[in-house]
Design a protein around this ligand. Structure first.
Ligand code: GH3
Ligand code: MG
Ligand code: MG
Ligand code: MG
Length: 304
């Protein structure tokens, strides 16, 4: 099996203060999985943050931060809280197991263990993790266009707002609406309308490609682009790029009074540091108001 296949079968972090225990688990799992290891709790958290394992096998009794403290720290960290943890420990009393499950572990294996049973339990947790990941991805994605959905946008914009506020950085939004899209559907049919939404959103997505940028479908034919750490000038650069690229797409729109091709209108809004208030609500309303002006003043343009 190649390394890529191993990664596909799951990346497992083994945490134990005794190297020989790590070696036993590594030996048991390495044929099917990519195995990382840590010798104490602090190191485990650091590797978990850096490597995002799919599963953690965790010793309970370790000097310093013990397994229970590690689970508690994982459950409290937004980026780590969904990583399942199986305790693998010499402890074997019902109260040890209960305490581990209550702290947030998904399973509890007492030593000495049977290697085949460990492998089977690992596989089963990885399958559950994969399904949960797929569900989460689905719940955050718009089914038609594959871009983020509105709920995902709402969560992300709140988090980015707080991040930019803390860091003293600006945050920009571009609200986007396709021009005369009702006429497009009436003329070409709803299926062609769907295909048009897919083409336009894919094009717009390419225009804002920094990792923190997010394009979301906000409503039917309305999109919103989140540009954290971007000031007004940068947002205008992106808006001009989107206008150009949508023009270049040149999707015919014979029924449009604006142009013979599909066009879009945009409203830009930027919050300059220091970001005030706890929520980006007023900024979204500002972008929406500017989109309205872009529509009123002739469409196929952006307003600031
Ligand atoms: P304006 O230039 O003022 O934005 O005009 P418009 O016709 O685009 O605006 P309006 O809000 O009147 O119409 C939006 C249209 O978008 C109506 C609706 O049928 C269509 N629409 C919304 N969601 C979808 C979708 O998922 N697929 C398709 N094909 N059409 C959609
Ligand atoms: Mg130990
Ligand atoms: Mg429209
Ligand atoms: Mg609309």
């Amino acid at each position: 099996m190649t390394w890529t296949n191993l990664a596909r079968n799951g990346r497992i972090l083994v945490v134990d203060d005794a190297m020989e225990n790590i070696q036993i688990l590594h030996h048991a799992l390495r044929a099917e999985h990519e195995v990382l290891f840590a010798l104490d709790g602090e190191q485990a958290l650091q590797i978990a943050r850096e490597q995002q394992p799919d599963l953690i096998l965790l010793d309970a009794v370790m000097p310093g931060m013990d397994g229970y403290a590690v689970v508690a720290a994982l459950r409290a960290a937004p980026r780590l809280q969904d990583i399942p943890v199986i305790f693998v420990t010499a402890l074997s009393q019902p109260e040890d197991e209960t305490r581990a499950l209550e702290a947030g572990a998904v399973d509890f294996i007492s030593k000495p263990f049977n290697v085949a049973v460990v492998r089977a339990r690992v596989r089963s947790q990885l399958t559950i993790k994969r399904q949960a990941d797929a569900m989460r991805e689905l719940s955050m994605t718009d089914g038609l266009t594959g871009v983020a959905n509105r709920r995902n946008f709402n969560d992300t914009v709140d988090a980015e707002w707080r991040r930019c506020a803390r860091a003293g950085l600006p945050l920009s939004l571009i609200m986007i609406d396709i021009d005369h899209f009702k006429l497009y559907n009436d003329h070409y049919g709803h299926q062609a309308g769907d295909a048009c939404l897919q083409r336009i959103s894919a094009t717009m997505k390419r225009c804002a490609s920094r990792p923190q940028d997010m394009l979301a479908r906000y409503g039917g034919e309305e999109f919103i682009l989140l540009l954290p750490q971007e000031g007004a000038d940068g947002a205008e650069v992106v808006a001009n790029r989107i206008l150009d690229e949508v023009h270049k797409l040149a999707l015919p729109h014979a029924a449009s009074p604006t142009a013979p091709i599909v066009t879009i209108s945009m409203g830009l809004a930027t919050a300059r540091p220091p970001l005030e208030g706890n929520t980006p609500g007023p900024l979204i309303r500002n972008a929406d108001g500017n989109l309205y002006r872009a529509k009123q003043t002739g469409r196929d343009r952006y307003c600031i």
